[in-house]
Design a protein around this ligand. Structure first.
Ligand code: ATP
Ligand code: MG
Length: 276
């Protein structure tokens, strides 16, 4: 008798199938298909107004598509009831492109907000979890009482990241995470996301215009143009493609993308295998 158990095929973290999105009479997405694998960092690139943030909002269940399906962690968002949607939403964290923090709330209260919304935890536990998330994001407890206006741009991003991580998500969405940061803060932030990604075994969907951030973080890149995904794959495969947007985006960066891919591949050979 054959006792071999076939290896389980990992289900994708997110599947977007035949998506169509119309906003104010404008078709933003049409025939868009995309799969995000469990545990990967997928970067989405595309011109301004190509529908990247809208695509994230659809994956977050904040907006409904005109047609097609978005499945997150196995749940078809369009068919989810309120409670099921809330459960899926508790398993993801988001760093929004605009308005990262509430200006009227302290650092601690900003980070505690998702926990307080659960309405199930006592205040001291909420405080402890929020401080722990801040520490994970590299913000010391002495900054917890500060208001967002008292923080540097890099700190605002870190606090927003702490808020995104406070529920212990398995999915993390980052919309232009390094936009507006100076090169040093940007590098530090990328390093932090890299560490947390390993530590928390996150699946990350990231929108970015920044080739440095892309090279340092992304396992694969999806190119959004002409209302759909025109290319998807590892950086080294996508960067040399002849599509006009891809050419302009990676102009002058091809050899760096190749070198970065090779470095990451070598690095992966030395990384311990992640247990299922
Ligand atoms: N609520 C809305 N109502 C009408 N049109 C909208 C709405 N939100 C976005 N749009 C339009 O949808 C298109 C895609 O917008 P989106 O913000 O997703 O682009 P993006 O790729 O994230 O751009 P950027 O790189 O500038 O952030 C744009 O033309 C935008 O004007
Ligand atoms: Mg955007």
């Amino acid at each position: 008798m054959n006792t071999t158990v076939p290896a389980a095929v990992p289900s994708p973290a997110i599947e977007v199938v035949n998506l169509r999105t119309e906003l104010g009479g404008v078709v933003v997405h049409d025939g868009l298909n995309l799969q995000v694998d469990d545990g990967e960092v997928l970067a989405i690139v595309g011109g301004s107004g190509s529908g990247k943030t809208t695509l994230l909002r659809l994956m977050l269940g904040l907006q409904a598509p005109s047609a097609g399906e978005v499945r997150v962690l196995g749940h078809p968002l369009g068919a989810c009831g309120r409670h099921e949607l809330a459960r899926v939403q508790q398993r993801r964290g988001v760093l929004f492109q605009q308005g990262a923090l509430f200006s009227a709330l302290s650092v601690l209260d900003n980070v505690a907000l998702p926990l307080r919304e659960l309405r199930t935890l006592p205040p001291d536990v909420v405080r402890e979890l929020a401080l722990r998330a801040l520490a994970q994001a590299g913000i010391e407890a002495e900054h917890a009482r500060k208001m967002p206006a008292e923080l540097s741009g890099g700190m605002v991003k870190r606090v927003a990241l702490a808020r995104a991580l406070v529920l212990g998500p398995s999915l993390l969405f980052l919309d232009e995470p390094t936009a507006g940061l100076d090169p040093q803060s940007s590098k530090a932030f990328v390093r932090l996301v890299r560490e947390l990604r390993q530590e928390m075994r996150l699946t990350v969907v990231m929108v970015t215009h920044d080739v440095d951030t892309l090279c340092a973080l992304a396992d694969r890149v999806a190119v959004l143009a002409d209302r759909h995904v025109v290319a998807i794959g590892p950086l080294a495969e996508v960067a040399p493609l002849p599509h006009p947007f891809v050419r302009s985006f990676f102009l002058g960066h091809q050899s760096r993308c190749q070198a970065e891919s090779l470095r990451r591949y070598r690095e992966s050979l030395h990384e311990p295998a992640v247990a299922a």
